[in-house]
Design a protein around this ligand. Structure first.
Ligand code: ZN
Length: 228
C-alpha cells in the first residue's frame, strides 16, 4: 500500500518540482565543492622527489649537430625547463645532476639519485645518426625495469610525440647505465635527432626546448594521474 502511495506522490507535479529542486541544490553543492579541487589541480606532484639528469657535460659534448650545436647544451636547457615545470606547476621536489656545463660521471649521477632516495629519475638526451635525414622521438626504460618505469616511459613518449609532431620511433628498452643502476623507476628521453639540420635549427630556439621540457613534464603528470 505504502509503495503505491509513494509512486503516486512522486508523479505529482509538486513532488517532481521538489525532486528537481533537490537535484539542482545537489548540483550547486557539487559545483561549490568542486571548485577548490579545480583551483588546486596544479601542484599534484607535491611530495614527489624527482631527479632530472641533463646528459653529458664538461669534456663530453654528447652528439654534435651539423653546425656545431652540442647535445650537452640542449640537454641542459630542456632539463632546466623540465625542472621548472615540475617545481612550479607540479610542486615536486627536484634534484638536478648538473646545473651548468660541468663534468659529472654516470656513477655520480646514479649515486646522487640513490643516496637522495628519489621517487623517479629522468635523463634528458638527444639522438644522433650518420643519416642526417633521420628524425623522430624515442623514450627508454631499463630492459628489466619496473611496471612504473614502463608506464612513465609510455606516457612521456606519447606527450612528446603529440607535442612535437615528429615520427614516433617507439617506447624502447635499453641497458643504459643510469637506467640499470638507479634504484627507482627511471627513463631516458631522446626527443629528437640533433644531427638532422632542420632539427638542429629548432633545438637552437629556447622556446622549442622549453616546450620539450613541458611535454616531458606533462607525461610525468599523466604517469602520476594528476593534472599538468
Ligand atoms: Zn646523449
Amino acid at each position: 500500500m505504502s509503495f503505491g502511495r509513494i509512486r503516486s506522490m512522486c508523479l505529482h507535479p509538486v513532488c517532481i518540482g521538489r525532486v528537481a529542486g533537490i537535484a539542482l541544490l545537489l548540483f550547486a553543492l557539487l559545483c561549490i565543492l568542486g571548485s577548490p579541487a579545480a583551483v588546486y589541480a596544479r601542484g599534484g606532484l607535491r611530495g614527489v622527489r624527482i631527479v632530472v639528469d641533463p646528459g653529458h657535460g664538461g669534456w663530453d659534448p654528447g652528439a654534435v649537430g651539423p653546425t656545431g650545436l652540442t647535445e650537452k647544451e640542449v640537454n641542459l636547457r630542456v632539463g632546466i625547463a623540465l625542472r621548472n615545470c615540475l617545481v612550479e606547476y607540479g610542486g615536486a621536489t627536484v634534484l638536478m645532476t648538473r646545473w651548468d656545463d660541468s663534468d659529472v660521471s654516470l656513477e655520480d649521477r646514479v649515486q646522487m639519485a640513490n643516496w637522495w632516495g628519489a621517487d623517479r629519475f629522468v635523463s634528458v638526451h638527444h639522438n644522433a645518426s650518420y643519416d642526417r635525414s633521420l628524425n623522430g622521438t624515442q623514450t627508454y626504460a631499463y630492459t628489466y625495469g619496473s611496471w612504473a618505469s614502463f608506464d612513465m616511459r609510455n606516457k612521456v613518449q606519447d606527450r612528446l610525440v603529440w607535442g612535437q609532431g615528429l615520427p614516433d620511433k617507439g617506447a624502447m628498452t635499453a641497458n643504459y647505465y643510469v637506467l640499470k643502476y638507479t634504484n627507482m623507476p627511471a627513463i631516458l628521453t631522446e626527443a629528437s635527432f640533433i644531427t638532422n639540420p632542420y632539427q638542429e635549427a629548432r633545438l637552437r630556439d629556447r622556446g622549442y626546448t622549453w616546450r620539450e621540457g613541458y611535454y616531458i613534464y606533462q607525461g610525468i603528470a599523466d604517469h602520476f594521474g594528476v593534472a599538468p
